[in-house]
Design a protein around this ligand. Structure first.
Ligand code: NAD
Length: 245
């Protein structure tokens, strides 16, 4: 795989690199993106209509069970070559920040350490009423189970559409975008705000923006480099070229 010479030269001397990842990075592991069609039991639902507080209010059992299914799916799959290359790249640069919109924990399982989770993590559980993290609860057969503190319904610890992002994660992501010399946007459709504005913020602060995605996105025209390809192909090739593998 050939990369632009100027980009390679820049990466060879860069000290501060930040990366934003989206569901596309986990697609090759077998975790469907929200925009992939659902299969089996869930084929008649649209994920965007299940991943909202409104959907949970209306049908908490349906939403809880959908997340239980996704959680099991995430536990069954393994990090792919793209996740592993990102973990290797983290060791290659003095400052390397990985911001993810993914909730599947695959970056951490691949060995990435400084991961900022913008949309939470599917293995965690919170109370829908008080928002607090709940570590354990009694299984009384009710779906969803109830919060042991206040009796509210339990929900997955992810950020839904129409909800705000965890402030500390957003702050860390903003700082990572503002301070980067090179900013990668990988496997994200660049549509979901506020994550979608991070590459533009990085660009305003002087970063060279590189997109890796098999298809065009609203960012492609504005990125300095838009590399058309799958994360699992492009990232190992890049990591290899930079001596990170
Ligand atoms: P997204 O907005 O991040 O879009 C997926 C993008 O990945 C598309 O642009 C697609 O062209 C690209 N893509 C597909 N295969 C790829 C590959 N092999 N390599 C690189 N790019 C590839 O994600 P979405 O599905 O629209 O979901 C929106 C939000 O939903 C996410 O930001 C996330 O919070 C959540 N979500 C998380 C997961 C997960 O944790 N794995 C999965 C689905 C959705």
């Amino acid at each position: 795989m050939a990369f632009d010479d100027a980009l390679v030269a820049l990466l060879r001397r860069a000290e501060r690199v930040s990366v934003l990842t989206g569901a596309g990075v986990s697609a090759e592991s077998g975790v469907p993106t929200f925009r992939d069609a659902q299969t089996g039991l869930w084929a008649r639902f649209r994920p965007e209509e299940l991943a909202t507080p409104e959907a949970f209010r209306e049908n908490p059992k349906l939403v809880w069970e959908w997340y239980a299914w996704r959680r099991e799916l995430c536990a069954r799959v393994a990090p792919n070559a793209g996740h592993l290359a990102l973990a290797a790249l983290e060791r290659r640069f003095p400052t390397f920040r990985l911001i993810t919109q993914n909730v599947d924990g695959l970056h951490q399982r691949a060995g990435s350490r400084a991961v900022v989770e913008l949309h939470g993590n599917i293995t965690t559980t919170r109370c829908f009423d008080d928002g607090g993290v709940v570590e354990s609860w009694e299984e009384l057969g009710e779906v969803p189970p109830r919060c042991p503190r206040c009796g509210g319904l339990l929900r997955p610890g992810v950020v839904w559409f129409n909800e705000s992002l965890p402030p500390r994660a957003l702050e860390a992501a903003t700082e990572a975008a503002q301070s980067a010399e090179v900013f990668f946007s990988i496997g994200t459709s660049a549509l979901v705000q506020p994550a979608a504005s991070l590459p533009l913020l990085a660009h305003e602060h002087g970063a060279i923006v590189v997109e890796i995605n098999p298809g065009p996105t609203p960012l492609s025209q504005r990125a300095d480099y838009a590399i058309a390809g799958r994360a699992g192909d492009v990232l190992p090739a890049l990591a290899d070229l930079l001596g990170a593998l």
